[in-house]
Unconditional design. Sequence first.
Length: 227
Amino acid sequence: MTILLSFFFLYSYIESTHTYAKLFLTREKTYPYALRPHVFFDQKVEVDYRTNIINNAYIPEDPRYPALWARAWINGHPLSMKKYTKAQAMKKYTKAQASGIVSGVSRHSKYVWLSEGFTGGGELHKQAEFVVLPAEGTQKIDEYICVLNWGEPIEEVTFTMDLGAITMAIPGIGRQNNPYYVQWLYGTFFRLDPPGYQKIGSTVNWRWTHIPSIDQKICVQWYAWYR
């Protein structure tokens, strides 16, 4: 799930950003060895910052799905990352904001992973692994939320959610004697938001082009048959 926290002048922009998230199950190492959903997150951003302003890779974190780890690279060079509360992140860049530089902190995030600073453009690559917990107020519905947030103009934004691994893990999926067959038959096993996505095989894809900015929350919910 990710964001690029950038401090920029108006003529800086992002050429493209492509995000891939894969939902999968992992078994706990202690009794009762329950299955737990995790999300692997991978994002590549082609940035064009034409000044020497300091920029930072930014990955949001929500208490419902904390990151086990996060890492980033700029043009293949590794960037160290550290976790902050949203307030700490904003305070960290008070001087930058006072200088008229805009920050890209999303209204949706509560915690952030920030990298060390870098300058210039190129390919910014970010990865993380998130733990998924039950959706609020439900017992059998789990969810993953990813926030896409940039304040700059962007040529293209894509987000791909790969549901193949967890789909294949559903016991006897597709069989009429499966207790989840009706949900599967009528396509209600997964709930996806916002609308406007395209399904290709086991992946779900969203795409935006030529936009001035974005602060979009993507939500994927599914029936938690494993607990």
